[in-house]
Design a protein around this ligand. Structure first.
Ligand code: IZC
Ligand code: ZN
Length: 433
């Protein structure tokens, strides 16, 4: 039988991210990692939750008072290693069929991302492959991507629909996400994104497609409780500001909190819309205006930045420093998708955030843990190592957090605990499914 209690000892450094986590971290708060490095600090876990992080004697006393016998305790030795919360990826399109490796060749020959989409490729190509895939095929393909996320230390991912673009195919994608969250160690938080592209059948009739989203898709998805958030690709030639606002307002009325792909390729006023509509996050923001950034700071909208996408599309990344200085809480994500960011390596994204957006090694950790949790409404459950929180914990093959950004491009994950269970050990998947 599995032991229900675990003690992690001897870490060279523990990043607790403890503190007032009721709101996403801003400014100086983004540099506070709640570091514990006294030799006798331990973490106790019982039945999937953190009991306490603290001095060994005190923590063991607390465990004893819970009536837990010594022989039922599993010990993990984290000597020489960094212990921190599981990484959280707050923006992915991870459920999809097929791949688009051939687009890289087109782009190297001069085609842009939006040109490929306008010619029926890009999102529309993935939509054809996703529609053609059965639920079982989508489940199996996505499972492998989730395994890769887990090996890279990611324990929670947001997952968007948006490669179905019909009522049935959007429902199919969201059902697959629901089955995966039940079956795979990773938790998936679902977002409905029927407004990802205008499907071929509605070419030249975008407003009719907006009607389909509002009248047919949203009510079904809300009734079947298949998503928590509603997202829109607000971009030139995709969904306008007006269309985005209509869809997000209808989503809100159906009980789905707004998220938005904003100002990625062209400045559209997406950041301003996010603030006006009370979005939980605005994502991308490469071209966000100063006024938009100010408005987001005032409204407390999380900026989810995706520097891997800027890297892969060979464009300048978002102005993270400007946002942090303005008081916008910043989160980081892979944007895992088959077109503009085909990677599960959130650690590499953190490296890019540091080197290409000048975020400090501490800020990128806040952005990929507690602020990422806030970006998907999960901060009460995950994102820090505090008593009562879900025991999603990483043990990394480095002695201090700075090494994660310094020794870049490498997966430093040694051990992953998900809900208190060891699911990755020595970098290898060890969960039972
Ligand atoms: O499949 O290209 N940007 N949506 C918006 C994407 C990238 C995903 C894709
Ligand atoms: Zn996206």
């Amino acid at each position: 039988m599995k032991k229900k209690t675990t003690i992690i000892r001897n870490a060279s450094q523990i990043l607790t991210l403890a503190g007032d986590n009721r709101k996403p971290r801003t400014r100086e708060g983004m540099r506070d990692l709640g570091i514990r490095e006294e030799k006798d600090t331990v973490i106790a876990i019982h039945q999937g939750k953190i009991v306490q992080v603290g001095k060994e004697a005190q923590v063991l006393q607390a465990v004893k008072e819970m009536g837990i016998a010594d022989e039922s305790i599993q010990e993990i030795d984290a000597s020489g290693k960094l212990v921190m919360p599981g990484l959280i990826d707050p923006h992915t399109h991870v459920v999809f069929g097929g791949s688009r490796e051939y687009e890289l060749e087109l782009r190297m020959n001069g085609a842009t991302y939006l040109e490929i989409l306008q010619q029926g490729g890009g999102i529309l190509a993935t939509t054809r492959m996703t529609r053609a895939a059965s639920e079982e095929e989508l489940f199996a393909q996505t499972w492998k991507r989730l395994d890769s996320f887990l090996q890279h230390g990611v324990t929670t991912v947001e997952a968007k629909s948006g490669y179905g673009l019909t009522v049935d195919d959007e429902l199919k994608q969201l059902r697959v996400a629901k089955k995966l969250t039940q079956a795979h160690p990773i938790d998936l938080i679902s977002t409905f994104m029927g407004a990802h592209a205008i499907p071929a059948e509605y070419k030249g009739q975008p407003d009719q497609y907006v009607e389909l989203i509002i009248n047919d898709m949203l009510p079904r998805i809300a009734a079947e409780e298949l998503a928590v958030f509603c997202d829109v690709f607000c971009e030139h030639g995709v969904f306008s500001i007006e269309q985005s606002e209509r869809i997000l307002t209808a989503g809100k009325q159906a009980g789905l909190r707004p998220k938005i792909h904003a100002d990625e390729i062209e400045p559209m006023g997406g950041a301003e819309l996010a603030a006006r509509i009370g979005a939980i996050s605005a994502d991308h923001l490469l071209k966000a205006s100063d006024a938009g950034i100010e408005a987001m700071a005032k409204a407390g909208v999380v900026a989810t930045l995706l520097p891997g996408t800027a890297f892969f599309l060979m464009t300048a990344p978002a102005r993270a420093r400007r946002m942090i200085e303005a008081g916008v809480p910043v989160a980081l994500s892979t944007d895992r998708n088959p077109g503009s960011s085909p990677t599960e390596n959130l650690q590499l994204i953190m490296n890019l955030a540091c080197l290409n957006m000048k975020m400090t090694p501490a800020e990128v950790i806040v952005a990929a843990t507690i602020n990422a949790a806030h970006a998907i409404g999960e901060a009460e459950r995950v994102g820090s190592l505090e008593a009562g929180k879900q025991a999603d914990i990483l043990i990394m093959n480095v002695p201090t957090y700075q090494h994660l950004q310094y020794h870049y491009g490498v997966n430093h994950t040694d051990t992953v605990l998900k809900n208190g269970e060891v699911v990755v050990e020595g970098g290898k998947l060890v969960y039972e499914s």
